[in-house]
Each structure stands twice: as structure tokens, then as C-alpha cells.
Design a binder for this molecule. Structure first.
Ligand SMILES: O=C(O)CCC(=O)C(=O)O
Length: 376
């Protein structure tokens, strides 16, 4: 029921029109969106940090398996994957409405851990791994009354828990908050494993993604990591995210066999700017102009902390501002099916080497997070 023959029809829709953000509330600036051919780290552009990452910071994108930072074990037997699979009813909801919500992913302790790491990233000028971000916006709206922190690439960055001064005098920051001048000169570096790195391998998100990513009625497909995002709205003055379709930002990869996993790090409700969908895939295929979209009833989700919603790359979604006394933080992981090709000779992500047009997206920055042969 619903969304019949979705794959083919949706592909056709892509070649027609896609909803993308306009004006100052850009969701994020891809090379295509900005046209400037490069991602920029805000702090580096302002000269606050070097794009160079200190030698003592490990780039976790070189490690393509979880490191034990989050509260899960990778399944080892096909039967162990079963508990993570979406039910037929959930699959049907996705194909009919473009999303499936309230998937339990993270424990309270995991959410606490990720929020602590996120707080560190929000001080990028103090963070020694900052040069590893593909993109960083302390406030993407530019309006101090509508703050939206947004970044890509945090899965690569380790959390530094002790301070250290290396031979070149570069000082990483203890708990990301002390001025370097206050640190003793010769402490050793100690790193804790990064939760955002491990989130991308979490079976509670990779298994459902394998079920959905190849298209309606298809067998599960191996899933590759595409890129991560954080969307953080502070209490009282959090900004909105204008309606958009994710694939409008991703046409540099083809064919469209992608999806988005949005994990709530705080309870989300209409009061604090929860993610909101136009829940009608059939209409989305043909009706995409803002005045036309206005005819549809948006649905604002209620997500509990640690739950995810997965949405289709053509799903029209956005969110309103946060005027509540609670923050609204979300960790997003975007996936593509193994075998998806690059359709650009430019870098697919900031600070990464290009994948030549026509070549499969793979390599250091795009690991396989689930091999579908393990499911059968
Ligand atoms: O955080 C939001 O409100 C929007 C996030 C988003 O666009 C996404 O999860 O794809």
C-alpha cells in the first residue's frame, strides 16, 4: 500500500524539481550550493585556527569499525541483526509518507556522552581537531536571535580529555575550556574514544537503512556512510531549518539511493523546534513549489531523546525555531547504497580528495557501515 512503484517515480521527480533552501536560512552550504568550490571552516576563515590538524590528533576517519564508545555490540550472527529490523508496518509507513519515526537508538548515557562531545565542538577555536570538520557553522542563520549550529565531519574528531603541549608549542585544551596559557607545559595527551564516530556504525540505524536504501521492495543492500551533521538549536533563541529535500544537496552523487537518519539528542516536540515533515510522498513527486506545498498539512514529530527518524532523500522536511526553555540538539547520519557513483570531479566533501566522476564513492571518508551479506 502507498508509494507504489516508488523507486522509478521518485527518480523521475529528481530530474524535475527539487526543493532546496533559499535566502539566509540555508541548511548547509555544499560546494554546489555555494558555488565557491570549497567548504570552509568558519574559524579557519576568520584566522582563529589553522586548517592543519596537530600531529597528535588522530583522524578517526581512518578507523572503519566501532571503538566501543557507545552502548552497543556489533551483531555477529545473522540472527542477531533481526532485533534491529523494521517491521512490515514501519517499512510501509516509510514508503507512503517518506519517513519512519521513533526508532530507539541511543541510551540516556549515550545521549549524555554525545552531548558532552557536542559541547566541545561548539568551541571550535579551542578544539585541536577543528581542521577535520568538512564544514562548520557556529550560527548558520547569521541572526543571533535564531541560532542554528550546524557542522559536518565530527565523526572524525576525537575528544581530548587531558591537556598537552607538544614540541611545536601547540596546546590542546583541557576539557576544551581553559586558555592555553594556564596549562602546565608537559602533560601527556589522553584521548577518549569518540561517540560520533561509533554512531555511524550503530546497528539500530544501519540495519533499517540496509532495508530501505535500495528502494521499495528491494533486498537489503550494503550501506556506506555519506556524511554526518549536527543541528543544534539553543533554548529560547534557536533557529529554524527551512523546508528542503536532502537529495537537492547530493546530486553530485548518483543514482539517488540515499537516506537520512536523524537522531534526537533531546526530546523533540513542537515547542522546541522538532523535525517536521510533509508526509505525502505521492504529492511530493509532483508538487514542489512553496505555494503548492502550503496546501499540505505538515506533521511535527515527537521524538524522545535517543530515538531516530529515518527519511527518504526526497522527503520534504524542515523545522521551526526553538523558543522553549530546552535546547534541541540532533545528530544526523546520511547514508548511500554501496555502489553509488560520484557525479563530480570536485571534492564530494570539504577537505577531502575528489572521487573522479563515474567512480564509486568509497575510501577513507565513505566506509561501508553494514555489509548486507551479514543479514542473510
Ligand atoms: O534539525 C532539523 O530541524 C533539520 C534536520 C535535517 O534537515 C535533517 O535531519 O535532514
Amino acid at each position: 500500500m502507498g508509494g507504489r512503484g516508488g523507486g522509478v517515480a521518485l527518480q523521475r521527480a529528481v530530474s524535475r524539481r527539487l526543493v532546496r533552501l533559499k535566502g539566509s536560512q540555508h541548511r548547509y552550504a555544499t560546494t554546489q550550493a555555494t558555488g565557491d568550490g570549497a567548504y570552509r571552516n568558519e574559524a579557519a576563515v576568520r584566522g582563529m585556527v589553522s586548517e592543519q590538524v596537530p600531529m597528535d590528533i588522530c583522524d578517526l576517519s581512518t578507523i572503519h569499525h566501532p571503538l566501543g564508545a557507545l552502548d552497543y555490540q556489533l551483531p555477529s550472527q545473522p540472527a542477531d541483526f533481526e532485533r534491529y529490523k523494521l517491521s512490515p508496518t514501519q517499512l510501509e509507513h516509510y514508503w507512503q509518507h517518506g519517513f519512519v519515526a521513533n526508532i530507539p537508538v541511543l541510551s540516556e548515557a549515550d545521549c549524555d556522552r554525545l552531548c558532552e562531545e557536542l559541547a566541545a565542538f561548539q568551541q571550535p577555536d579551542l578544539h585541536p581537531g577543528h581542521g577535520l570538520f568538512h564544514e562548520f557553522h557556529r550560527n548558520q542563520s547569521g541572526d543571533p536571535n535564531n541560532v542554528l549550529m550546524h557542522c559536518l565531519g565530527h565523526w572524525r574528531i576525537q575528544k581530548v580529555v587531558e591537556h598537552h603541549v607538544n614540541q611545536t608549542g601547540f596546546c590542546s585544551i583541557s576539557r576544551f575550556s581553559l586558555p592555553s596559557s594556564s596549562l602546565p607545559p608537559s602533560l601527556s595527551l589522553s584521548l577518549s574514544l569518540n561517540g560520533f564516530h561509533d554512531l555511524i556504525f550503530h546497528p539500530a540505524i544501519t540495519v533499517p537503512s540496509a532495508q530501505l536504501i535500495a528502494g521499495e521492495g528491494r533486498s537489503p543492500t550494503s550501506v556506506r556512510f555519506w556524511h554526518d551533521q549536527l543541528f543544534c538549536k539553543p533554548a529560547a533563541h534557536g533557529g529554524n531549518v527551512a523546508y528542503h529535500q536532502d537529495y537537492s544537496y547530493w546530486t553530485r552523487t548518483t543514482p539517488m539511493q540515499h537516506l537520512t537518519v536523524h537522531v534526537a539528542l533531546d526530546d523533540q516536540s513542537p515547542e522546541n523546534g522538532a523535525i517536521t515533515y510533509i508526509p505525502d510522498m505521492d504529492s511530493i513527486k509532483t508538487v514542489l513549489e512553496p505555494d503548492e506545498l502550503a496546501r499540505f498539512e505538515p506533521v511535527t514529530l515527537r521524538l524522545r531523546r535517543g530515538e531516530a527518524v529515518i527519511h527518504h532523500p526526497l522527503s520534504v522536511h524542515g523545522s521551526f525555531g526553538n523558543r522553549s526553555p530546552r535546547p534541541r540538539r540532533a545528530a544526523v547520519v546520511n547514508f548511500l547504497a554501496d555502489g553509488t557513483l560520484s557525479d563530480s570531479d570536485d571534492p564530494l566533501l570539504g577537505n577531502t580528495p575528489p572521487v573522479a566522476r563515474g567512480q564509486p564513492v568509497r575510501g577513507q571518508f565513505f566506509p561501508v557501515v553494514l555489509d548486507a551479506t551479514h543479514l542473510s
